[in-house]
Ligand binder design. Structure first.
Ligand code: DC
Length: 224
């Protein structure tokens, strides 16, 4: 089977990573969560008391940044200076910081280079904000996954509860609206649907239904 790539972009809480993990297992390909990389840059800054909005300081810190990604059984673990931070990057604070560092061109270029390198040798499913429009412009399959703000806030509340950091619905919704604004209006590689992406609105769909719809698209496009 020829190597291929699936790009999944979409706003916070649209279900990209949940669906991508399922698809990676079903298709036997590598899953790459690019949001986790931005989150790890943010965590590194927060730990060093660097303001994630201060581009000069964030860029200076990139020189000593040491991020490693290991994929096991379709799931990704991410390491910062040798420490497994996979669980520690899931807080709202780190998510907001990730959105801030994602505004910085030098951060984007560094992470996009790493992402392209990872997709060079093997078939991947990569999720993020600029995969179909920038990182993997030639991806065989491009999906833009969306859902209503209320539904996305509801899902994010559930996730935060699961990791023991619950927040009120209204607060989460407010943060999602703010994050959408940040991600969609930034100067470099803003979140948008690629011209050749298929848009799926997952508001009233189960994760399994979304996965099935994408598998159908994959089958049609690359004739599996
Ligand atoms: O998908 P996520 O919530 O883990 O992503 C966190 C933030 O990282 C997101 O709000 C913006 C940034 N990001 C980005 O700018 N580009 C990507 N390809 C992935 C994430």
């Amino acid at each position: 089977m020829k190597k291929f790539a699936i790009a999944i972009d979409g706003p916070a809480g649209s279900g990209k990573s949940t669906v991508a993990k399922i698809l990676a297992k079903k298709l036997g390909i590598v899953y790459i969560d690019t949001g986790a990389m931005y989150r790890t840059v943010a965590l590194s800054c927060i730990r060093k008391s660097i303001d994630t909005k201060s581009s000069g300081d964030v860029v200076s810190s990139l020189e000593n940044l040491n991020i490693d990604i290991v994929t096991e059984n379709g799931t990704q673990r991410i390491f910062l200076d040798g420490e497994d931070v996979t669980g520690k990057i899931r807080t709202q604070e780190v998510g907001q910081g990730a959105s801030d560092v994602g505004l910085i061109l030098e951060v984007r270029n560094k992470l996009a280079d790493m992402q392209r390198q990872m997709a060079k040798e093997t078939s991947v499913i990569m999720d993020g904000r600029d995969i179909g429009t920038n990182v993997l412009k030639d991806a065989e399959v491009k999906i833009y996954l969306n859902a209503s703000v209320d539904e996305r806030a509801k899902r994010r509340c559930g996730e935060l509860e699961q990791i023991g950091c619950p927040l009120p619905f209204d607060k989460v919704k407010e943060q999602i609206i703010e994050r959408d604004r940040n991600d969609m209006s930034r100067k470099h590689n803003p979140l948008m649907k690629a011209n050749d992406a298929v848009e799926i609105d997952s508001t009233y769909m189960s994760v399994e239904d979304v996965a099935c719809e994408i598998i159908e698209i994959v089958n049609k496009k690359i004739g599996r």
